[in-house]
Design a protein around this ligand. Sequence first.
Ligand code: BGC
Length: 466
Amino acid sequence: MHKANLGEKMVKISIVKNTEIYIIAIISGISGMLFGYDTGVISGAILFIKQEFALGSFMQELVISAVLIGAIIGAFVGGSLADRFGRRKMIIFAAIIFAGSAIGTSVSPNVIILIIGRVIVGIAIGMASFIAPLYISELSPPKIRGSLVTFNQLFITIGIVISYGVDYALAPINGWRYMFGLAAIPATVLFVAMIFMPSSPRWLVNEGKMDKASSTLKKIRMKDNVKDELDEILNSLNKQKGGRKELFSPLIKPAMIVGVSLAILQQITGINTVIYYAPTIFEFAGFHSSAAAIFATFVVGFVNVGFTVVAIFLLDRVGRRKLLLIGLAGMSGMLIMLGIAFILPSLLNQLGTLAAIGLMAYVGFFAIGLGPVFWLLISEIYPLKVRGLAMSIVTEANWGSNLIISLTFLTFIQLLGRSGTFWLYAAVGIIAVIFTYRYVPETKERTLEEIEEHWRVGKHPRELGR
Ligand code: BGC
């Protein structure tokens, strides 16, 4: 008993001392910040772009959704590239695209160049959105992998808040060009810092570079003997097949179903209607001054950041499944409440307050569950030989659903009304609770190789971690 306690303490101390891995997670997390910033910045920039280029509503929609189209392309090409050239090199490549397209979009002479530039920004986002979690996951010790991978989600939420702030600060000078151009600064920092980061030891093993894998592991684990971990990776790898066909084999299919379903559910429960349209929703709810709507939007952004921090503390303790279930149930509850608030005339006076509380609680529940858990799980559940490929397909499903929801939100409001739209998202949320309960595995404290073994013996996803 005494010995076990001592052992636990030692593990804790070595985790705290192991600053290197935290630095790696923070540096690669900058790509998450660019993801958040570049998706968020358009909400403010579009107001000036539409004036400067005299855009109709179709062209505006095109400017807004260009990033999402690019992200679908980036997710598609990123998978095989990450397997071939490695995770680290692909993050460096994405950083170059981020920097180049930030400058390119900021000097666009016409709207066509602007749209092309935004598609290219999107390509970098699509790649980085899954390669960064993948990279961190492959470097992390199992006990703190949940927290470390979630740094990326934390940076996404910080990037969104920064974009709100920059839009707000630069609005008085019509500064849309600066809004886009400023992203070149974090992109350059990411580029330079990533040059000094190690390659993923698991990718190195896959490439047959055992010596390099061993020296990298020794450094990031801060110990001289990493033979057991290397053997585990190698053994697991020797039992795997690669290639696209493998993804649809009976053994990997369950993991694909979990990933693709969560990818779609993460979007069709409506998070980005709040992230992209929060001021519009607050206006519906009776916030007539735009200053009040903008202030409320900022608060939503901070709630997103704050609860992602809470998730970082809880994911490796409480587990992914429980947080996902609590988060989804809470999101559905809040959506039902929002629907009621918008339909009952007797609540009209309190609508503003109810909408604000409902939206913030909804975002808080997203931030402890579906937000981080989706990106975390997909970085954990696929076997090394097909990891990049599998994640890229799942990520495409995520960006594709994001595009569909963003393009249909205002149409749904017209067709179903405000309450109907919220209830539709709530219904999807309830389906997501049932799906999670029945299918989503618990990966807490498992090594990636133990998870691979789980599929190899043909077990149901839910049995993992039971
Ligand atoms: C989602 C994004 C969303 C963001 C909000 C991410 O996990 O993939 O679509 O905008 O969370 O925090």
